[in-house]
Design a protein around this ligand. Structure first.
Ligand code: ADP
Ligand code: MG
Length: 277
């Protein structure tokens, strides 16, 4: 593809991270003495309505955490706060020990190593699967490259590895617009992975997927855990049951219950506000 095809993508190595000589994988998040994500007493109000109400949440490094809860519980608002899209009115939001997310812009938070997948896939429809991954990697301001530059073997290896992970190796030259809904979702996750995030936030990743795509997405989430920390918000309980380790139930902007899937499913309060419906 041509370098002019995408405007507004940083094409130099002038970003602060590149100047500091950081390696691509070198997201500098200090988790030696604690979690990768720490929310304490976080509140967000919209016109007096508390979308988040003293929310406390801790995610360990490498953890795969599922978050469930009824519509309006504050799940998306929580992701908005973590990614800097919404400012908390009160409370603490830390990425590792030292990074205060409440002080940072959305772009700074993304560069610090938090990737977010929205519900609707946003891939470059006219470009191939390969080009989408290439563009995602080159849009990463920490990578010392230009859009015009040929990819090195390390970069090609990373694309190959990602293609395997998102199960699109046999679609590599296909135009992204022609992929199924599920495949587009995986491609978008792949694009996030090209930026090597420490923490990935996935908002309803299996909405609109076929059963088979849902199973594959569960496998993908499980293979991401460990290398990345992953927070998944989802309503599909079969999907949650497949991947669940610790499940957090949000209700009215705070944590109603948290624990292993079977304990959460048996919790009368959870049944009343969510599962029993
Ligand atoms: P969930 O993702 O759990 O369904 P949300 O975080 O989207 O819940 O919403 C929580 C509550 O906050 C809802 O009542 C919603 O209407 C409200 N809300 C979310 N974003 C805004 C906004 N930008 N302005 C006003 N109200 C909002
Ligand atoms: Mg939501």
């Amino acid at each position: 593809m041509t370098a002019t095809a995408v405007h507004g993508v940083d094409s130099g190595a002038s970003g602060a991270f590149a100047q500091a000589g950081m390696r691509i994988a070198g997201h500098d998040v200090d988790t030696t003495h604690g979690p990768i994500l720490y929310l304490d007493d976080v509140s967000v109000s919209f016109d007096g309505f508390k979308a988040l109400n003293k929310l406390c949440l801790t995610i360990d490094d490498g953890e795969l955490r599922c978050i469930i809860g009824p519509n309006g519980a504050g799940k998306t608002t929580m992701m908005d706060v973590i990614t800097g899209r919404t400012r908390p009115d009160a409370g603490t939001v830390f990425f590792g020990q030292a990074i205060d997310l409440a002080q940072m812009t959305e772009a700074e938070i993304a560069h610090a190593g938090i990737g977010r997948k929205f519900q609707k896939p946003t891939v470059f429809e006219q470009h191939s699967v390969f080009e989408n991954l290439e563009l995602a990697m080159k849009a990463d301001k920490r990578v010392r490259t230009t859009l015009r530059a040929r990819l090195g073997s390390a970069e090609l290896d990373r694309i190959a590895e990602t293609l395997l992970l998102i199960q699109l190796r046999d679609q590599v030259d296909r135009q992204a617009g022609l992929l199924s809904h599920g495949q587009k979702q995986w491609l978008e996750i792949g694009m996030l992975l090209m930026q090597e995030p420490r923490l990935l936030l996935l908002d309803e990743p299996v909405a609109g997927m076929t059963d088979e795509e849902t199973v594959r997405t569960a496998e993908l989430c499980e293979s991401l855990a460990g290398r990345h920390s992953v927070v998944v918000v989802e309503h599909d309980m079969d999907f949650i049951a497949r991947i669940a380790r610790t499940v957090t139930v949000l209700h009215e902007g705070s944590v109603l219950a948290e624990g292993p899937m079977d304990a959460v499913q048996a919790d009368p309060r959870v049944i009343e506000v969510y599962l029993g419906r």
